[in-house]
Design a protein around this ligand. Structure first.
Ligand code: AMP
Ligand code: ZN
Length: 471
Protein backbone atom coordinates (compact mmCIF):
# COMPACT_ATOMS: atom_id res chain seq x y z
CA UNK A 1 0.00 0.00 0.00
CA UNK A 2 1.15 3.50 -0.71
CA UNK A 3 1.93 6.20 1.79
CA UNK A 4 -0.69 8.95 2.08
CA UNK A 5 0.10 12.39 3.46
CA UNK A 6 -1.94 15.51 4.15
CA UNK A 7 -0.70 18.23 1.83
CA UNK A 8 -1.34 21.77 3.12
CA UNK A 9 -1.08 23.01 -0.47
CA UNK A 10 -4.14 21.06 -1.64
CA UNK A 11 -5.74 20.74 1.83
CA UNK A 12 -6.20 17.04 1.18
CA UNK A 13 -4.70 13.66 1.86
CA UNK A 14 -2.71 12.56 -1.17
CA UNK A 15 -0.75 9.49 -2.17
CA UNK A 16 2.96 10.21 -1.90
CA UNK A 17 4.50 9.95 -5.36
CA UNK A 18 8.04 11.34 -5.47
CA UNK A 19 9.10 13.52 -8.39
CA UNK A 20 11.88 11.07 -9.27
CA UNK A 21 10.80 9.23 -12.47
CA UNK A 22 12.23 6.01 -10.97
CA UNK A 23 10.09 6.60 -7.89
CA UNK A 24 13.12 6.02 -5.67
CA UNK A 25 14.58 9.32 -4.51
CA UNK A 26 12.79 11.73 -2.17
CA UNK A 27 14.06 15.20 -1.27
CA UNK A 28 12.89 16.62 2.02
CA UNK A 29 13.53 20.00 3.65
CA UNK A 30 12.54 20.86 7.19
CA UNK A 31 12.90 24.42 8.47
CA UNK A 32 15.47 24.07 11.21
CA UNK A 33 16.10 25.81 14.49
CA UNK A 34 16.71 29.51 14.99
CA UNK A 35 19.71 29.30 17.27
CA UNK A 36 19.09 32.21 19.62
CA UNK A 37 18.20 30.14 22.67
CA UNK A 38 17.77 26.52 23.79
CA UNK A 39 15.13 24.79 21.67
CA UNK A 40 11.95 23.88 23.58
CA UNK A 41 10.08 20.61 23.40
CA UNK A 42 7.51 22.17 21.04
CA UNK A 43 10.29 22.80 18.54
CA UNK A 44 11.38 19.22 19.04
CA UNK A 45 7.92 17.89 18.27
CA UNK A 46 8.46 19.24 14.76
CA UNK A 47 12.05 17.99 14.41
CA UNK A 48 11.24 14.54 15.77
CA UNK A 49 8.33 14.32 13.33
CA UNK A 50 10.69 15.16 10.44
CA UNK A 51 13.02 12.42 11.67
CA UNK A 52 10.12 9.96 11.87
CA UNK A 53 8.94 10.79 8.36
CA UNK A 54 12.47 10.40 6.98
CA UNK A 55 12.84 7.03 8.72
CA UNK A 56 9.44 5.86 7.48
CA UNK A 57 10.25 6.89 3.91
CA UNK A 58 13.45 4.84 4.23
CA UNK A 59 11.43 1.92 5.60
CA UNK A 60 9.30 2.18 2.45
CA UNK A 61 12.46 1.90 0.38
CA UNK A 62 12.92 5.52 -0.66
CA UNK A 63 16.35 7.04 -0.85
CA UNK A 64 15.83 10.16 1.19
CA UNK A 65 17.86 13.34 1.15
CA UNK A 66 16.96 15.11 4.38
CA UNK A 67 18.01 18.75 4.66
CA UNK A 68 17.51 20.80 7.81
CA UNK A 69 18.81 24.35 7.78
CA UNK A 70 20.25 26.24 10.70
CA UNK A 71 18.91 29.78 10.92
CA UNK A 72 21.92 31.61 12.28
CA UNK A 73 20.96 35.16 11.32
CA UNK A 74 17.51 36.77 11.71
CA UNK A 75 15.76 39.33 13.95
CA UNK A 76 15.71 37.33 17.21
CA UNK A 77 19.36 36.39 16.78
CA UNK A 78 20.39 40.01 16.18
CA UNK A 79 18.51 40.99 19.36
CA UNK A 80 20.28 38.20 21.25
CA UNK A 81 23.70 39.17 19.91
CA UNK A 82 23.09 42.78 20.97
CA UNK A 83 22.08 41.72 24.48
CA UNK A 84 25.00 39.33 24.90
CA UNK A 85 27.84 41.57 23.81
CA UNK A 86 29.23 38.59 21.86
CA UNK A 87 30.03 38.38 18.17
CA UNK A 88 27.42 36.55 16.05
CA UNK A 89 29.37 33.26 15.64
CA UNK A 90 30.16 33.00 19.37
CA UNK A 91 26.56 33.69 20.26
CA UNK A 92 25.03 31.16 17.87
CA UNK A 93 27.71 28.48 18.34
CA UNK A 94 26.66 27.82 21.93
CA UNK A 95 23.01 27.24 21.01
CA UNK A 96 23.84 25.21 17.94
CA UNK A 97 26.01 22.83 19.98
CA UNK A 98 23.23 22.51 22.55
CA UNK A 99 20.68 21.91 19.81
CA UNK A 100 22.58 19.00 18.29
CA UNK A 101 23.19 17.46 21.72
CA UNK A 102 19.44 17.56 22.38
CA UNK A 103 18.66 16.33 18.88
CA UNK A 104 20.89 13.28 19.41
CA UNK A 105 19.48 12.67 22.90
CA UNK A 106 16.06 12.39 21.22
CA UNK A 107 17.37 9.70 18.89
CA UNK A 108 17.12 11.83 15.74
CA UNK A 109 19.30 10.77 12.81
CA UNK A 110 21.62 13.47 11.52
CA UNK A 111 20.06 15.10 8.46
CA UNK A 112 22.16 14.57 5.35
CA UNK A 113 22.81 18.29 5.16
CA UNK A 114 22.50 21.10 7.70
CA UNK A 115 23.19 24.33 5.78
CA UNK A 116 23.75 27.60 7.63
CA UNK A 117 22.23 30.85 6.41
CA UNK A 118 25.45 32.80 7.02
CA UNK A 119 27.29 30.41 4.70
CA UNK A 120 24.82 31.08 1.88
CA UNK A 121 24.92 34.86 1.57
CA UNK A 122 26.08 34.69 -2.11
CA UNK A 123 23.14 32.38 -3.00
CA UNK A 124 20.72 34.65 -1.10
CA UNK A 125 22.02 37.72 -2.95
CA UNK A 126 21.83 35.91 -6.31
CA UNK A 127 18.23 34.87 -5.67
CA UNK A 128 17.30 38.41 -4.62
CA UNK A 129 18.92 39.75 -7.79
CA UNK A 130 16.83 37.33 -9.85
CA UNK A 131 13.66 38.56 -8.20
CA UNK A 132 14.66 42.17 -8.89
CA UNK A 133 15.38 41.26 -12.51
CA UNK A 134 11.99 39.54 -12.84
CA UNK A 135 10.32 42.72 -11.55
CA UNK A 136 9.06 41.00 -8.37
CA UNK A 137 11.36 42.86 -5.99
CA UNK A 138 12.38 46.49 -5.58
CA UNK A 139 14.99 48.46 -3.71
CA UNK A 140 14.02 51.14 -1.19
CA UNK A 141 15.86 54.39 -0.46
CA UNK A 142 17.67 52.92 2.57
CA UNK A 143 19.22 50.10 0.50
CA UNK A 144 16.77 47.35 1.48
CA UNK A 145 15.04 45.08 -1.02
CA UNK A 146 11.39 44.09 -0.72
CA UNK A 147 9.26 41.50 -2.48
CA UNK A 148 6.30 43.17 -4.21
CA UNK A 149 3.11 41.21 -3.68
CA UNK A 150 1.26 43.54 -6.05
CA UNK A 151 3.75 42.97 -8.90
CA UNK A 152 3.55 39.24 -8.29
CA UNK A 153 -0.24 39.16 -8.38
CA UNK A 154 -0.40 41.54 -11.34
CA UNK A 155 1.48 38.92 -13.33
CA UNK A 156 -1.18 36.34 -12.54
CA UNK A 157 0.83 34.67 -9.79
CA UNK A 158 -0.92 33.26 -6.78
CA UNK A 159 0.11 34.62 -3.37
CA UNK A 160 -1.89 32.87 -0.65
CA UNK A 161 -1.55 29.25 -1.76
CA UNK A 162 -1.24 27.70 1.67
CA UNK A 163 -4.01 29.78 3.23
CA UNK A 164 -6.65 32.23 2.09
CA UNK A 165 -5.74 35.88 2.44
CA UNK A 166 -7.91 38.95 2.46
CA UNK A 167 -6.31 41.21 -0.14
CA UNK A 168 -9.06 43.81 0.29
CA UNK A 169 -7.50 44.71 3.61
CA UNK A 170 -4.08 45.09 2.09
CA UNK A 171 -2.76 48.50 1.18
CA UNK A 172 -0.62 48.41 -1.91
CA UNK A 173 3.03 49.06 -1.32
CA UNK A 174 2.82 48.70 2.46
CA UNK A 175 5.93 47.06 3.78
CA UNK A 176 6.87 44.88 6.69
CA UNK A 177 10.51 44.76 7.70
CA UNK A 178 10.18 42.30 10.60
CA UNK A 179 10.83 38.62 9.89
CA UNK A 180 7.68 37.59 11.74
CA UNK A 181 4.23 39.07 11.14
CA UNK A 182 0.69 37.75 11.04
CA UNK A 183 -1.75 37.40 8.18
CA UNK A 184 -3.57 40.59 9.14
CA UNK A 185 -0.43 42.47 8.13
CA UNK A 186 0.16 40.88 4.76
CA UNK A 187 2.50 43.28 3.02
CA UNK A 188 5.66 43.46 0.94
CA UNK A 189 8.30 41.58 2.92
CA UNK A 190 12.04 42.14 3.22
CA UNK A 191 14.46 40.07 1.16
CA UNK A 192 17.47 42.16 2.09
CA UNK A 193 17.59 44.49 5.09
CA UNK A 194 19.86 47.54 4.93
CA UNK A 195 22.35 47.80 7.76
CA UNK A 196 21.15 49.75 10.81
CA UNK A 197 23.17 50.66 13.94
CA UNK A 198 21.34 47.97 16.00
CA UNK A 199 22.81 45.28 13.74
CA UNK A 200 26.26 45.94 15.23
CA UNK A 201 28.82 43.99 13.27
CA UNK A 202 26.28 41.68 11.61
CA UNK A 203 26.25 42.76 7.98
CA UNK A 204 27.53 41.72 4.57
CA UNK A 205 28.24 43.70 1.39
CA UNK A 206 25.65 43.43 -1.39
CA UNK A 207 24.73 45.17 -4.65
CA UNK A 208 22.34 47.31 -2.54
CA UNK A 209 24.88 48.25 0.12
CA UNK A 210 25.70 46.63 3.46
CA UNK A 211 22.97 44.65 5.12
CA UNK A 212 21.68 41.21 6.01
CA UNK A 213 19.16 38.78 4.56
CA UNK A 214 15.52 38.51 5.55
CA UNK A 215 14.59 35.19 7.14
CA UNK A 216 12.28 33.86 4.41
CA UNK A 217 14.74 34.13 1.53
CA UNK A 218 17.31 32.12 3.51
CA UNK A 219 15.22 28.94 3.28
CA UNK A 220 14.43 29.45 -0.43
CA UNK A 221 18.12 29.85 -1.24
CA UNK A 222 19.36 26.91 0.85
CA UNK A 223 16.62 24.44 -0.09
CA UNK A 224 16.89 25.11 -3.84
CA UNK A 225 20.68 24.97 -3.74
CA UNK A 226 20.70 21.54 -2.10
CA UNK A 227 17.54 19.90 -3.42
CA UNK A 228 17.07 21.72 -6.71
CA UNK A 229 14.39 24.28 -7.68
CA UNK A 230 11.66 21.63 -7.31
CA UNK A 231 11.61 19.00 -4.60
CA UNK A 232 9.23 16.64 -2.86
CA UNK A 233 8.61 17.52 0.75
CA UNK A 234 8.80 20.67 2.85
CA UNK A 235 8.08 20.51 6.57
CA UNK A 236 7.74 22.82 9.53
CA UNK A 237 5.54 23.70 12.47
CA UNK A 238 2.07 25.06 11.69
CA UNK A 239 3.12 28.60 12.68
CA UNK A 240 5.38 28.63 9.61
CA UNK A 241 2.51 28.30 7.11
CA UNK A 242 2.20 32.06 7.07
CA UNK A 243 4.16 34.09 6.30
CA UNK A 244 7.32 31.97 6.15
CA UNK A 245 6.24 29.21 3.78
CA UNK A 246 3.94 31.39 1.73
CA UNK A 247 6.86 33.77 1.21
CA UNK A 248 9.16 30.88 0.35
CA UNK A 249 6.79 29.82 -2.44
CA UNK A 250 6.54 33.37 -3.80
CA UNK A 251 10.32 33.86 -3.81
CA UNK A 252 11.21 30.43 -5.14
CA UNK A 253 8.58 30.30 -7.86
CA UNK A 254 8.97 34.04 -8.61
CA UNK A 255 12.64 33.45 -9.48
CA UNK A 256 11.38 31.15 -12.24
CA UNK A 257 13.94 28.36 -11.85
CA UNK A 258 11.46 25.50 -12.05
CA UNK A 259 10.81 23.52 -15.22
CA UNK A 260 7.50 24.48 -16.90
CA UNK A 261 4.58 23.00 -14.98
CA UNK A 262 6.72 22.17 -11.93
CA UNK A 263 6.13 23.55 -8.45
CA UNK A 264 8.75 24.61 -5.90
CA UNK A 265 7.50 21.93 -3.50
CA UNK A 266 5.10 19.07 -4.17
CA UNK A 267 4.00 18.25 -0.60
CA UNK A 268 3.85 20.73 2.28
CA UNK A 269 3.51 19.14 5.72
CA UNK A 270 2.85 21.03 8.92
CA UNK A 271 3.07 19.85 12.49
CA UNK A 272 0.42 21.10 14.91
CA UNK A 273 1.63 22.82 18.02
CA UNK A 274 2.52 21.16 21.22
CA UNK A 275 0.76 22.58 24.25
CA UNK A 276 1.93 22.01 27.79
CA UNK A 277 -0.60 21.32 30.53
CA UNK A 278 -3.27 22.66 28.15
CA UNK A 279 -1.61 25.99 27.41
CA UNK A 280 0.73 27.53 24.92
CA UNK A 281 4.19 27.23 26.41
CA UNK A 282 5.31 30.41 28.11
CA UNK A 283 7.94 31.25 30.68
CA UNK A 284 5.43 33.24 32.77
CA UNK A 285 3.03 30.29 33.04
CA UNK A 286 5.91 28.10 34.23
CA UNK A 287 5.08 25.49 31.58
CA UNK A 288 8.02 26.17 29.32
CA UNK A 289 10.32 23.18 28.95
CA UNK A 290 13.55 22.76 27.11
CA UNK A 291 14.79 19.21 26.65
CA UNK A 292 17.39 19.91 29.32
CA UNK A 293 14.68 20.83 31.84
CA UNK A 294 13.09 17.40 31.36
CA UNK A 295 16.39 15.49 31.41
CA UNK A 296 17.19 17.27 34.69
CA UNK A 297 13.92 15.92 36.10
CA UNK A 298 15.26 12.42 35.45
CA UNK A 299 13.40 11.57 32.23
CA UNK A 300 15.36 10.04 29.37
CA UNK A 301 15.55 11.24 25.78
CA UNK A 302 13.93 7.94 24.81
CA UNK A 303 10.90 8.57 27.07
CA UNK A 304 10.53 12.11 25.78
CA UNK A 305 10.75 10.93 22.16
CA UNK A 306 8.13 8.29 22.87
CA UNK A 307 5.74 10.97 24.13
CA UNK A 308 6.48 13.29 21.20
CA UNK A 309 5.66 10.56 18.68
CA UNK A 310 2.70 9.12 20.52
CA UNK A 311 0.08 11.34 18.85
CA UNK A 312 -0.80 12.16 15.25
CA UNK A 313 1.23 15.12 14.03
CA UNK A 314 -1.75 17.09 12.71
CA UNK A 315 -3.52 17.29 16.05
CA UNK A 316 -2.26 19.68 18.66
CA UNK A 317 -0.83 17.67 21.47
CA UNK A 318 -1.03 18.27 25.16
CA UNK A 319 2.22 17.44 26.86
CA UNK A 320 2.17 16.69 30.58
CA UNK A 321 4.67 15.25 33.02
CA UNK A 322 2.22 12.38 33.56
CA UNK A 323 2.66 11.52 29.86
CA UNK A 324 6.34 10.95 30.60
CA UNK A 325 5.62 8.69 33.55
CA UNK A 326 3.20 6.77 31.31
CA UNK A 327 5.93 6.48 28.69
CA UNK A 328 8.24 4.87 31.23
CA UNK A 329 5.64 2.21 32.07
CA UNK A 330 4.79 1.53 28.41
CA UNK A 331 8.43 1.22 27.39
CA UNK A 332 9.20 -1.08 30.31
CA UNK A 333 6.38 -3.39 29.18
CA UNK A 334 7.73 -3.41 25.66
CA UNK A 335 11.34 -3.98 26.81
CA UNK A 336 10.34 -6.85 29.05
CA UNK A 337 8.52 -8.63 26.25
CA UNK A 338 11.45 -8.07 23.87
CA UNK A 339 13.98 -9.37 26.33
CA UNK A 340 11.95 -12.57 26.88
CA UNK A 341 11.83 -13.04 23.13
CA UNK A 342 15.59 -12.55 22.92
CA UNK A 343 16.21 -15.25 25.48
CA UNK A 344 13.89 -17.60 23.59
CA UNK A 345 15.27 -16.82 20.16
CA UNK A 346 18.76 -17.56 21.52
CA UNK A 347 20.46 -15.82 18.58
CA UNK A 348 18.40 -17.65 15.96
CA UNK A 349 17.46 -15.57 12.98
CA UNK A 350 14.27 -15.61 10.98
CA UNK A 351 12.24 -13.73 8.41
CA UNK A 352 10.30 -10.89 10.03
CA UNK A 353 6.77 -11.52 11.32
CA UNK A 354 4.86 -10.26 8.30
CA UNK A 355 1.54 -9.69 10.10
CA UNK A 356 3.06 -7.29 12.62
CA UNK A 357 4.90 -5.42 9.86
CA UNK A 358 1.77 -5.23 7.69
CA UNK A 359 -0.31 -3.82 10.54
CA UNK A 360 2.37 -1.32 11.47
CA UNK A 361 2.80 -0.06 7.92
CA UNK A 362 -0.95 0.12 7.26
CA UNK A 363 -1.24 2.53 10.19
CA UNK A 364 1.83 4.55 9.19
CA UNK A 365 0.74 4.74 5.54
CA UNK A 366 -2.33 6.57 6.78
CA UNK A 367 -0.65 9.99 7.11
CA UNK A 368 1.75 8.61 9.72
CA UNK A 369 -0.92 7.48 12.13
CA UNK A 370 1.44 6.79 15.00
CA UNK A 371 -1.28 6.17 17.55
CA UNK A 372 -2.62 3.39 15.33
CA UNK A 373 0.91 2.03 14.93
CA UNK A 374 1.49 1.99 18.70
CA UNK A 375 -1.91 0.29 19.06
CA UNK A 376 -0.70 -2.57 16.81
CA UNK A 377 2.57 -2.81 18.69
CA UNK A 378 0.94 -3.05 22.11
CA UNK A 379 -1.62 -5.55 20.85
CA UNK A 380 1.27 -7.65 19.68
CA UNK A 381 2.98 -7.25 23.07
CA UNK A 382 -0.22 -8.36 24.84
CA UNK A 383 -0.70 -11.40 22.59
CA UNK A 384 2.98 -12.33 22.80
CA UNK A 385 2.95 -12.09 26.59
CA UNK A 386 -0.04 -14.44 26.70
CA UNK A 387 1.68 -16.95 24.45
CA UNK A 388 4.93 -16.64 26.40
CA UNK A 389 3.10 -17.32 29.65
CA UNK A 390 1.64 -20.45 28.07
CA UNK A 391 5.06 -21.54 26.73
CA UNK A 392 3.67 -21.37 23.21
CA UNK A 393 6.38 -19.36 21.50
CA UNK A 394 9.02 -21.27 19.59
CA UNK A 395 12.55 -19.95 19.10
CA UNK A 396 11.76 -19.32 15.47
CA UNK A 397 8.58 -17.39 16.26
CA UNK A 398 10.49 -15.32 18.81
CA UNK A 399 13.14 -14.56 16.19
CA UNK A 400 10.44 -13.58 13.66
CA UNK A 401 8.87 -11.16 16.15
CA UNK A 402 12.25 -9.66 16.96
CA UNK A 403 13.12 -9.25 13.27
CA UNK A 404 9.85 -7.37 12.69
CA UNK A 405 10.46 -5.27 15.77
CA UNK A 406 13.94 -4.36 14.52
CA UNK A 407 12.45 -2.88 11.35
CA UNK A 408 9.77 -1.03 13.30
CA UNK A 409 12.36 0.20 15.76
CA UNK A 410 14.39 1.63 12.87
CA UNK A 411 11.38 3.85 12.16
CA UNK A 412 10.38 4.79 15.70
CA UNK A 413 13.96 5.34 16.87
CA UNK A 414 13.30 4.63 20.51
CA UNK A 415 15.97 2.02 21.08
CA UNK A 416 18.26 2.54 23.94
CA UNK A 417 21.06 0.11 24.34
CA UNK A 418 20.44 -0.90 27.91
CA UNK A 419 23.59 -1.31 29.94
CA UNK A 420 22.82 -5.02 30.15
CA UNK A 421 22.43 -5.43 26.39
CA UNK A 422 25.31 -7.39 24.90
CA UNK A 423 27.32 -5.87 22.04
CA UNK A 424 27.25 -8.07 18.91
CA UNK A 425 30.99 -8.69 18.92
CA UNK A 426 30.63 -10.50 22.28
CA UNK A 427 27.63 -12.47 21.04
CA UNK A 428 29.80 -13.65 18.16
CA UNK A 429 32.50 -14.69 20.61
CA UNK A 430 29.92 -16.60 22.63
CA UNK A 431 28.82 -18.45 19.50
CA UNK A 432 32.45 -19.25 18.66
CA UNK A 433 32.94 -20.64 22.17
CA UNK A 434 29.91 -22.90 21.72
CA UNK A 435 31.31 -24.10 18.42
CA UNK A 436 34.73 -24.73 20.00
CA UNK A 437 33.11 -26.76 22.79
CA UNK A 438 31.15 -28.79 20.30
CA UNK A 439 34.38 -29.51 18.46
CA UNK A 440 35.92 -30.45 21.82
CA UNK A 441 38.48 -27.66 21.44
CA UNK A 442 38.38 -26.83 25.14
CA UNK A 443 41.56 -24.79 25.00
CA UNK A 444 39.98 -22.39 22.50
CA UNK A 445 36.68 -22.34 24.43
CA UNK A 446 38.50 -21.43 27.60
CA UNK A 447 40.51 -18.72 25.87
CA UNK A 448 37.28 -17.13 24.64
CA UNK A 449 35.79 -17.30 28.13
CA UNK A 450 38.86 -15.49 29.47
CA UNK A 451 38.63 -12.89 26.71
CA UNK A 452 34.98 -12.22 27.54
CA UNK A 453 35.77 -12.01 31.23
CA UNK A 454 38.49 -9.49 30.56
CA UNK A 455 35.89 -7.39 28.70
CA UNK A 456 33.53 -7.55 31.70
CA UNK A 457 31.16 -10.39 30.71
CA UNK A 458 30.64 -13.81 32.32
CA UNK A 459 28.98 -16.80 30.71
CA UNK A 460 25.89 -18.00 32.51
CA UNK A 461 24.24 -21.32 31.68
CA UNK A 462 20.44 -21.16 31.39
CA UNK A 463 17.89 -23.77 30.24
CA UNK A 464 17.79 -21.84 26.96
CA UNK A 465 21.54 -22.11 26.54
CA UNK A 466 24.49 -19.95 27.56
CA UNK A 467 24.00 -16.17 28.09
CA UNK A 468 26.32 -13.30 28.80
CA UNK A 469 25.98 -11.33 31.98
CA UNK A 470 27.82 -8.19 33.05
CA UNK A 471 30.32 -8.81 35.86
P1 AMP B 1 12.21 28.19 15.51
O1 AMP B 1 13.51 27.74 16.13
O2 AMP B 1 11.48 29.18 16.37
O3 AMP B 1 12.41 28.69 14.10
O4 AMP B 1 11.26 26.92 15.43
C1 AMP B 1 11.69 25.68 14.95
C2 AMP B 1 10.52 24.82 14.56
O5 AMP B 1 9.68 24.52 15.69
C3 AMP B 1 9.60 25.46 13.52
O6 AMP B 1 9.26 24.49 12.55
C4 AMP B 1 8.39 25.87 14.33
O7 AMP B 1 7.24 25.92 13.54
C5 AMP B 1 8.32 24.74 15.34
N1 AMP B 1 7.57 25.06 16.57
C6 AMP B 1 7.61 26.19 17.31
N2 AMP B 1 6.80 26.10 18.40
C7 AMP B 1 6.23 24.87 18.35
C8 AMP B 1 5.30 24.14 19.17
N3 AMP B 1 4.80 24.66 20.31
N4 AMP B 1 4.92 22.90 18.77
C9 AMP B 1 5.43 22.34 17.63
N5 AMP B 1 6.31 22.95 16.82
C10 AMP B 1 6.71 24.21 17.16
ZN1 ZN C 1 12.39 27.98 6.73
Amino acid sequence: MGLKLFNTLTRSVEEFVPRDPQGKKAGMYCCGPTIHNFAHIGNFRTFVFADLLRRYLEFKGYEVQHVMNITDVEDKIIAGVRGSGLALPEFTHRYETAFFEDFAALGCLSPHQTPHATEHIPQIIALTEKLVAQGFAYQTADGSVYFSIQAYRDRGRHYGQLLNLNFEAMRVGERVSADEYDKESVADFALWKARVPEDGSVYWPSPWGEGRPGWHIECSAMSMKLLGPSFDLHLGGEDLIFPHHEDEIAQSEGAGLQQPGERFVKYWLHVAHLLVEGNKMSKSLGNFFTLRDLLAKGFSGREIRYVLISAAYRSSFNFTLENLTGARTALARLDECLSKLRVLAAYKTSEADSRLLAEFSAAMDDDLNVSGAWGCIFNWVRETNKLLAANQVSALQAAAGLAAWQRIENVLGISERAKTEVPTEFLTLLEQRQAARKAKDYKRADAIRQELKAAGWVIEDTPQGPRLKRI
